[in-house]
Design a protein around this ligand. Sequence first.
Ligand SMILES: [Zn+2]
Length: 181
Amino acid sequence: MTLDNNSLAKIFEGYDEKISDSSKALEVIMTNIVNHFSKNTDAVITERIVRNYIETTWEPTVWAYLCNLTEQKANMHDWRTFLVFIVDNKVNGNRISRTNPTRDSKELCEINACETEPTEWDHVLPHSWGGPNESWNYKHLCQLHNRMKASSLSMFTRLVRDDPDYGQSFVEWIKGLNLEN
Ligand SMILES: [Zn+2]
């Protein structure tokens, strides 16, 4: 048996957690910024310093790309706020502990085509990156899929782009982030 493109497409049908280019791009941006600040721990990292770094490091095309991910509903300022939050969370330590959502359980794992009973609540924007304990940010997954996904941003970038409800909740969350304290 040989696998042509059609057979491969059939195998992947409904199984969309392969790592997308947008996921890789966002992960590169987030990792670069966090690593930069992790190395410089002697200075106090303020919001202004982080904003200045990301404004001078990344080209306008990067911001346009991120804004397009959220169909322009989150603008450049919002995405920078998000990245400042990510740096603060990663470098200064996660201040939010993990909780499970007050939401109904699902009958099947929420990865398409998986027919296993879900046992674990997964943070779509991973908790390790600062993903919030809010019901919109959870998927109910089987143990294997939860382990496979781990801190990958694949599901996050896909849902931000393709799921209007998730995208909207994410944008509202960014706009509500208060970084003053
Ligand atoms: Zn599963």
